[in-house]
Write a protein that binds this ligand. Sequence first.
Ligand code: ADP
Length: 387
Amino acid sequence: MGVVGAGQLARMLQQAAIGLGVPLRLLAEAADSSAAQVIVDTTVGDYTELDVLATWAKGNTVVTFDHEHVPTAHLQALVADGVTVRPAPHALVHAQDKAVMRRRLSSLSIACPRHAFVTTAAEVAAFAATVGGFPVVMKRTRGGYDGKGVFVVRDEAEAARLLMEAADHGGNDNGQHLVEERVAFRRELSALVARAPSGQVAAYPVVESRQRGGVCVEVTAPAAELDPALAVGAQQTAMRIAAELDVTGVLAVELFETTDGRVLVNELAMRPHNTGHWSIDGAVTSQFENHLRAVLDLPLGDPTPRARWSVMVNILGGSAPTLFDGYPHVQARDPRLRVHLYGKPVKPGRKVGHVTAYGDDLADVRRRARHAAAWFEGGDDEADEEH
Ligand code: ADP
């Protein structure tokens, strides 16, 4: 199985592949990247060059991804060449391009934030007027991640500035930009499913994710105090999207739970997702193993949680230069905690690892996970307790 992209997701995919005895072949951006450190069969090359991608892909039974940045046209070329790509480009494009995704979900009558496609600041202002005024949210349709490419826009002048900048960078979606209402949300949720080409689907419990500055920092599985009808509805929405879009592998549906009790789809990811990392330690079958099983068209594993609560907290690059210094304290204090470090150099704000705690008492589980992550970061978690 070929994997394009050598970040932490490919690294954790390898962990699952070891157990299944499935050899992975990696196309990595650099020889020392997170997954290249742990996958023996690694080719270093640029996935944006079709020649490099096609030559590497030839020896693979199936190709899957660590990220969504491979140009759609390259993937279509691979498919035309006889390579099995999962998810296939006709599905993946909905995770690559927010405009394509919004149009498709709207045509399926799946609830999304109110939105419009615009080319001028005047159109942004006209849209704002229909959703109760500024601020609105403008999004680059391609290439965004971790909140990069998402802008809260407060007035028409700011919209004009953003459109100008985008034009300077070669434009966006053929000159069209996506603008959305700024959703008043209670919290963000994620509904994660794995779907095999056979049509079999495994649905994980709906989780709550907390973001800081557009970056996911903490996930609680399952989402606490979520109305069971909303939870089931969100899982059904994710299963329906997976089937309608013909997704193979993991699909994460990022959701807003609005202050007035609705669930809206924010965006889609078609690969293992940060909101599913808890499943490595907290579910019978992890999202990584189910991604592999789905991509190989094998029967899926049970996504049921192993504990009442799991809390995953990301370790972001902080003041501590090496994460290993955190081990003696964290391991002595909490022998039941699970730690995953990604082998990445520590840079401020970068995702360099995560911890997962699980148990029966949510407040305790959360405290343990937050404390450990803060310790690895070199900070004091007391200030975090109230988040
Ligand atoms: P990315 O592709 O960079 O992850 P997202 O579309 O997921 O971008 O947006 C990143 C974050 O920005 C979201 O997690 C959410 O916190 C906020 N956000 C995005 N769209 C909206 C919206 N329409 N209303 C309010 N907040 C939003």
